[in-house]
Write a protein that binds this ligand. Structure first.
Ligand code: DX5
Ligand code: ZN
Length: 224
């Protein structure tokens, strides 16, 4: 299934509830929540207290992108705060296999994220253990960056590996996703598209609606 995951990082922080309701009404199924620790990535964003407060605003799936060193330390707290899907970076876990298991124990879905320069082979052995792989299409840490073109080949490569193994793992892409490159990403095999600026800059409901219309028209391998 193709899923739009608007990234709250680009929303109006004075009006989070309003912006969340706008994208939910438009039909976005995931809300992408970027948690940054100032160590794994340069910036600091928000964490459990904010996520917990937002939980009562919406029924959308809370897709938490942990840009945090050793993120499994926070798995229980994050789950209790309302996370439905917890995505951890392969580069941030010294013991990726046990970190995946820790997240799995919470009952949340598990994702593993890869920075642009991390090869797809980094997740080869754990593919059967996760629900989603996030291919970062910018270097994580900030919204509003430009899509890095070589990451498209990583999406194609990953889709081929997932298909070869007969898995139904989701492929998420995050960073610089716009209406102009969304079609190409879907055709490459991505099926969960994160978009921050492209959704929340301007009319969030209308922008989300445009992405969802595109999802219905583009042919491709990812999640159809
Ligand atoms: C970047 C974050 C992204 C970011 C995407 O580190 O992981 O989720 O909010 O923002 P855009 O869509 O503006 O590139
Ligand atoms: Zn993100």
């Amino acid at each position: 299934m193709r899923i739009l995951a608007p990234s709250l990082l680009a929303a109006d922080f004075k009006n989070l509830e309003r912006d969340i309701k706008a994208v939910e009404k438009a039909g976005a199924m995931y809300l992408h929540l970027d948690v940054m620790d100032g160590t794994f990535v340069p910036s600091i964003s928000f964490g459990m207290p904010v996520i917990r407060a937002l939980r009562s605003c919406t029924d959308m799936v809370f897709d938490v992108h942990m840009m945090v060193e050793e993120p499994a330390r926070y798995a229980d707290d994050m789950r209790e705060s309302g996370a439905d899907l917890i995505c951890i970076h392969a580069e941030a876990c010294r013991h990726l296999d046990s970190s995946i298991a820790r997240v799995r124990q919470t009952g949340a879905k598990v994702g593993v994220a890869l920075n642009p320069a991390t090869p797809v082979s980094a997740v080869d052995l754990v593919l059967p253990l996760v629900d989603m792989v996030l291919v970062m299409t910018v270097n994580p840490g900030f919204g509003g960056q430009k899509f890095i073109p070589y990451t498209l080949d990583k999406v194609k490569d990953l889709r081929r590996r997932i298909d070869e193994l007969g898995l139904d793992t989701d492929i998420q892409v995050d960073g610089g996703v716009t209406l102009n490159n969304a079609g190409e990403l879907l055709r490459a095999g991505a099926n969960v598209l994160v978009a921050g600026t492209a959704v929340f800059k301007g009319d969030a409901g209308e922008n989300a609606g445009r992405f969802l219309e595109l999802f219905d028209t583009v042919q491709g391998s990812g999640g159809l």
